[in-house]
Design a protein. Structure first.
Lengths: 255, 251
């Protein structure tokens, strides 16, 4: 069956799809998280050198991966928004930004809690930590710019441009920070701890990453729905949809 | 197209195709637009010399605060110097960014500039060049003087000036995008800082790194090459991004 994907570039037809998607991926996220946490907290063996403290890796690594990946996806939607002047693409980019910021913050937070028992410090100016911090600032900048511009369409395009400029800069920032780090920091703390991981540990990380991925999709789709409702309020299709819901609700409660 | 081509075209102007003519006109138009907006912004800047002086003083004062807050010992100052002089240069650039577009935006000039048939990226480049000549260049010239207060030796001081000469244009270029994006937005200076400072990070790393390398007795050519590469990429790409940002602001 051939599906006309362009149909879904309109908020009217995307709104119900987003609702379904949010439910499906929400359930998937819960399943993956359940399985992942079982592996992480029960099935996986205790690390020989780090003890049980290492188990935060199951949250830390997926969060760090998602923080970078979401920025990439957001830049992709931003490019589409700017190139095709597509409203829905901009809404997707807008919906992704808070989750990206959350993931970056989570990666830093869990990293600090992991670093305390293993390296003896909450924070080190490690290249990956520093670039994740800068990534968090980029996310916060995009969110702040969005909130600072009154007209949503102008905010769409301004944020899209900023996201693209940031996307060009992210690899530059990463490599500059890495190089700076090798210049400045002695080997007091070995951050290249990559002991051979047991297969269960790898599985746990991958399952938790799948959970984080599904969570991101579900939350983003929910947020897109909210953005559509906010922006399209007063549109007839939305009003009739809400009326329908309300009628259904009343019908159910009286039955 | 090189100069011989141009002369050939001049010689046989009657015989040239309209396409060649158009290309020639377009190039002249770009250069004239760049020159016009550069001259205009410089003239405006020269009419408010006090403002330029205040910005330079800001740089001097920020740099002078660090010894007060840390230590007057020469060892500590020598170690801090490159970073402090560079961070203060970032802040001075940030402080002067609103001047780039804000007043033209408020009085409607920017809209007229965008409406003109001249290419907007060229006009924006002229404004950015004027911004650098009035803010980045004075800072780069001033920095060795202040560096002497930080117990930096002659070699490190000249490297500081060279690195700032290469790096501050990148600051003006990247900052122009942020300045244009925040036109008419609420939040003002804080917002601009949040947008622009993370993008400045690589310039800071390589700029201060170049001076550090000289202090450590290593060649700084890698740092300078990277700064130069960044500058070239920024010169090519930023005018288009900044022009797009200006158009978005004028929507």
């Amino acid at each position: 069956m051939l599906i006309n994907w362009y149909r879904f570039s309109s908020p009217v037809s995307f709104y119900p799809l987003a609702g379904t998607g949010a439910h499906v991926f929400g359930v998937l996220a819960a399943l993956f998280a359940g399985a992942g946490l079982f592996v992480a907290l029960y099935a996986a063996p205790t690390d020989a050198t780090q003890g049980d403290a290492y188990r935060i890796i199951y949250l830390h690594v997926p969060a760090a991966w998602m923080a970078m990946f979401i920025y990439l996806v957001m830049a992709g939607w931003s490019a589409a928004a700017l190139g095709f002047n597509a409203r829905l693409s901009a809404m997707m980019a807008q919906a992704l930004a808070p989750t990206g910021a959350l993931m970056a913050a989570l990666a830093l937070w869990t990293g600090a809690f992991w670093g305390r028992p293993t390296w003896g410090t909450y924070w080190a100016w490690d290249a990956r930590m520093t670039s994740t911090l800068i990534l968090l600032f980029l996310y916060l900048g995009i969110i702040a710019l969005r909130n600072a511009i009154e007209d949503p369409r102008r905010a769409d395009r301004a944020c899209a441009l900023l996201a693209l400029v940031g996307a060009v800069n992210v690899p530059i920032i990463y490599f500059s920070v890495r190089w700076w780090n090798t210049l400045h920091q002695g080997s007091s703390i070995s951050l290249t701890v990559a002991p051979k991981m047991a297969m269960t540990m790898v599985t746990g990380i991958l399952v938790m990453t799948a959970a984080a991925w599904c969570y991101t999709i579900a939350v983003t789709l929910m947020r897109v729905q909210a953005i559509i409702v906010e922006r399209e309020r007063g549109a007839t299709w939305l009003d009739s949809l809400i009326d329908l819901r309300r009628r259904d609700g009343i019908g159910r409660s009286s039955a | 197209m090189n100069s011989t081509d141009t002369r050939d075209i001049d010689a046989q102007r009657a015989a040239t195709s309209p396409a060649d003519d158009a290309a020639d006109d377009a190039r002249a138009s770009v250069l004239r637009a760049f020159g016009w907006s550069l001259a205009r912004d410089l003239r405006i800047a020269m009419r408010s010399k006090a403002e330029l002086g205040v910005q330079l003083l800001f740089y001097v004062i920020v740099v002078s605060l660090f010894p007060l807050s840390t230590s007057p010992s020469r060892d500590v100052l020598g170690m801090l110097g490159p970073g402090v002089l560079w961070t203060a240069a970032l802040l001075a650039s940030l402080l002067s960014l609103p001047r780039l577009f804000a007043s033209d935006f408020t009085d409607g000039t920017l809209e007229q500039i965008a409406l003109s048939p001249r290419p907007l990226p060229a006009l924006v480049s002229g404004k950015i060049a004027a911004h650098w000549l009035t803010t980045g260049l004075p800072v780069a010239v001033m920095a060795p003087l202040l560096g002497a207060q930080y117990a930096l030796d002659g070699e490190a001081l000249s490297m500081l000036a060279i690195a700032l000469l290469l790096g501050t244009p990148i600051l003006s270029l990247l900052g122009a995008i942020g300045a244009a994006l925040t036109l008419g937005a609420r939040g003002g200076g804080g917002l601009l800082a949040l947008l622009v400072l993370p993008l400045y990070a690589p310039v800071l790393i390589f700029g201060a790194g170049a001076v550090d390398a000289v202090r450590a007795g290593v060649s700084a050519s890698a740092h300078l090459s990277l700064l130069g590469a960044g500058l070239i990429v920024a010169i090519i790409a930023v005018p288009f991004a900044a022009a797009t940002a200006v158009r978005i602001a004028l929507d």
